[in-house]
Ligand binder design. Structure first.
Ligand code: ZN
Length: 579
């Protein structure tokens, strides 16, 4: 009997022979005794029925492997425990997962990473519904001896829309310190007299296109700025240093890794944070994959000429990908900024604002698309969505090659039934937030009325229309836990279980579809489905280990889930297995 050479020597030999292999390293990690869903089977149909080759017997899912072996930054093996354990060498970490579930690394495909770290430094105003409540929170969170800016965040502009606050109480509370309180969803901000003064805003400042400086009857400013006007105030807050920005991003990535994400798509990076990303990437200090979608048509957007000349990141292996852009087409539904085809049900004569009027720069987006960048265009209202579809159609007619990139519609929140199938016809991605549907449910019907609301947050309809559906949270506006996303996606209920039976449950998706919308579908949206989104030998060693099985757990139990481990490019970036 002769000693068997370790399996990887064969791999090294194959690489030396020019087989193009990257994973010549010996196994670093063996995860076994697990429920593994590789997702390496076919897509469910448009009704959510699993593919014929799915590990599903008509009633129940069965994990299609129990062990995963990682070598270097790649998956070396996925299959049975015995074979996986036999591959372990002296330097291999072997983890018995005791029945936990391994899924392909989760992808948070639309968020605003800098907000996590920035808001960690700010006073939380979530759930505050009165000026007295705002005042109490600010008073208890500030020191009288401080004299710098008071920064708070989290008041819900949707909830406050009909009775906006007035800065008089803020001026009384902080006569000498500038105060800026950003809204939960980024479509409202609120400042006191000192902050308005620092921003150079006064009664004579005109409303920008698509934005409002809310005024008192005498014409003076209340301090509230809505939609496109928010940056006029927010940009007055003194900028951070490059080092501070890098710290903010690192903090945010750490939080996402804890939540189980291996990758995030930053939906609209401006010139302020782009250097921090480039610095972190250059130093090899990105602990997760980041797609930095360049902001277009907003103040402080990265320079178009520079980036069109540079082109999208060529190396798809790089942890930082600058290969896409993000533009806004209209505002939000809660603040009645989204553009509707007919009047708002709760504001006759008003249809919102969109397009060039809202700052959308079609020439810039088209120039990026022609240069090989993927576009992600924010569209909320049914008119906004229709016009974005028209825009894509026009660009594809002028640049047929651009079509292959699977361009995105961010939110695709209210889509007219006539437009649903255009997503499929144009090869578009519907980038949507399960949390938004259930959180907006209390007032979305007021804005839209009983008919149009049925075409809102319509995941099933969009799948039937051939859209590639990807899920995300648009953090920090909502809870970015993937368990909350999965739960909301399959139940159409809020965390408290309301409304009973779900909000328009016919638009819910299956657990498999929801899981795919966090893994293989965003991988496909980014054109890297051959490298990630499934667990197969040779794919990136990007894995998320969950305490429960999302395909078999009762929907209510999903909220109890916990992340056990997050592995990015073979490195264990979050580990609760020993806790
Ligand atoms: Zn966003």
């Amino acid at each position: 009997m002769f000693l068997r050479a370790p399996w990887w020597t064969a791999l090294i030999a194959a690489c030396l022979l020019g087989a193009g292999c990257r994973s010549a390293a010996p196994p670093s990690l063996v995860l076994h005794d697990a429920h593994v869903y590789t997702l390496a089977w076919g897509d469910p149909d448009a009704e959510g029925r699993p593919a014929p080759d799915a590990p599903f017997d008509g009633e129940r899912w069965t994990p299609d492997a129990s062990a995963v072996v990682v070598a270097g930054d790649r998956i070396a093996f996925v299959g049975a425990d015995a074979e996986a354990l036999a591959m372990a060498g002296p330097g291999t970490r072997v983890v018995d997962l005791d029945g936990a579930t391994i899924v392909p690394g989760l992808i948070e495909s639309h968020g605003h990473l800098q907000e996590i770290g920035e808001k960690a430094d700010e006073i939380r105003l979530d759930g505050a519904l009165t000026e007295a409540d705002l005042a109490d929170r600010l008073r208890s969170a500030t020191e009288p001896s401080d004299d710098g800016w008071v920064l708070g965040t989290g008041w819900d502009e949707g909830e406050w829309a009909d009775a906006l606050p007035d800065r008089a109480f803020l001026d009384a509370l902080f006569p000498d310190r500038p105060v800026v309180l950003t809204g939960l969803r980024g479509f409202g901000t609120f400042g006191n007299a000192r902050a308005l003064e620092a921003a150079g805003l006064g009664p004579d400042t005109p409303d920008p296109v698509g934005g409002t400086l809310v005024r008192r009857p005498d014409g003076s400013l209340t301090g509230v700025l809505l939609n496109n006007a928010t940056d006029l105030l927010n940009d007055a807050v003194p900028a951070r240093s490059l080092e501070s920005k890098a710290r903010v991003l690192r903090y945010g990535m750490d939080q996402l890794l804890r939540a189980g994400y291996v990758a995030t798509h930053h939906a609209g990076v401006r010139a302020d944070y782009l250097p921090a990303y480039l610095a972190l990437a250059g130093a090899g200090e990105l602990p997760m994959r980041v797609e930095a979608m360049l902001a277009v048509g907003v103040p402080d957007a990265p320079d178009l000429t520079t980036w069109v000349r540079r082109g999208p990141t060529a190396d798809r292996e790089a942890m930082l990908q600058v290969r896409s852009v993000k533009a806004y087409y209209d505002g939000s539904l809660g603040s009645r900024g989204a553009k509707l085809l007919a009047d708002y049900a709760d504001r006759p004569g008003h249809r919102g604002v969109a397009g060039a009027e809202y700052g959308f720069d079609p020439e810039a987006v088209e120039a990026y698309m022609a240069a090989g960048f993927q576009a992600g265009i924010h569209a909320i209202g049914d008119a906004g969505n229709r016009e974005v579809l028209d825009f894509y159609e026009g660009v594809f007619a002028r640049h047929p090659g651009a079509r292959a990139l699977r361009h995105r519609v961010e939110h695709a929140q209210v889509v007219h039934p006539d437009d649903v199938a255009r997503f499929g016809a144009l090869g578009l991605v519907a980038s949507m937030e399960p949390g938004h549907a259930v959180e907006d449910a209390p007032w979305a019907g007021d804005r839209l009325g009983p008919g149009r609301v049925r075409g809102a947050y319509a995941w099933r309809s969009l799948r039937r229309g051939g859209a590639l559906l990807i899920f995300n949270s648009d953090f920090t506006g909502t809870d970015w836990s993937p368990f909350y996303g999965l739960y909301a996606a399959v139940t159409r209920q809020r965390k408290d279980g309301t409304p009973a039976g779900g909000w328009f449950p016919e638009e819910a998706v299956t657990a498999e579809e929801a899981l795919r919308a966090y893994t293989v579908w965003p991988a496909r949206a980014s054109g890297v489905e051959d490298r990630t989104g499934t667990i197969q030998p040779g794919t990136w060693a990007d894995l998320t280990v969950l305490s429960l099985d999302p395909l078999t757990a009762p929907p209510d139990a999903l909220l109890e889930g916990a992340v056990r481990m997050t592995v990015v490019a073979g490195a264990v970036r979050f580990d609760a297995t020993s806790e």
